[in-house]
Design a protein. Structure first.
Length: 147
């Protein structure tokens, strides 16, 4: 191979790699991406004293997303527990529309740690379009063993 053919081949390989990367980035921008993080909640002041769980939800998508349902999945089963009326950090309504790169913290009572012998596995957030994102943390695992 001559130097000209070698340079041409290298540029073609570089173009192919950049094309694959561009396609992957384009498809990634169209996906719903949520970060769901359960934490302990400690009520202070006038907050309801039965609040023990907070769930932080961050919209990492490039477009707005409406979170319509949150709850808990249980290990070894398809059973789940839906949290019907969470308290929002800013007093807003739920279901909640999240703009890109925005977040909301939802507060609720601690869900049942065990249902029919199955322990809590993770929390989830479901969007209006049906995408379910799960989240876990050491705090939730600690709640799962407390009976």
């Amino acid at each position: 191979m001559t130097i000209f053919e070698t340079i041409t081949f290298a540029v073609a390989v570089l173009g192919a790699v950049l094309g694959v990367i561009n396609t992957w980035v384009g498809l990634s921008k169209e996906r719903v991406k949520l970060k769901v993080l359960p934490r302990h909640a400690i009520p202070v002041g006038n907050a309801p004293q039965n609040i023990q769980l907070s769930i932080d939800i961050v919209n990492l998508s490039a477009f707005p997303v409406t979170v319509s349902e949150i709850g808990v999945f249980y290990s070894g089963t398809k059973k789940r527990s839906v949290i019907p009326n969470p308290i929002t950090s800013d007093g807003g309504a739920f279901p909640r529309r999240l703009e890109p790169r925005s977040a909301v913290t939802l507060y609720t009572e601690k869900p049942r740690a065990v249902i029919d012998g199955h322990r809590m596995k993770c929390v989830f957030a479901k969007t209006d379009c049906g995408v379910v994102q799960k989240g876990d943390s050491p705090a939730l695992r600690q709640m799962a063993v407390e009976i």
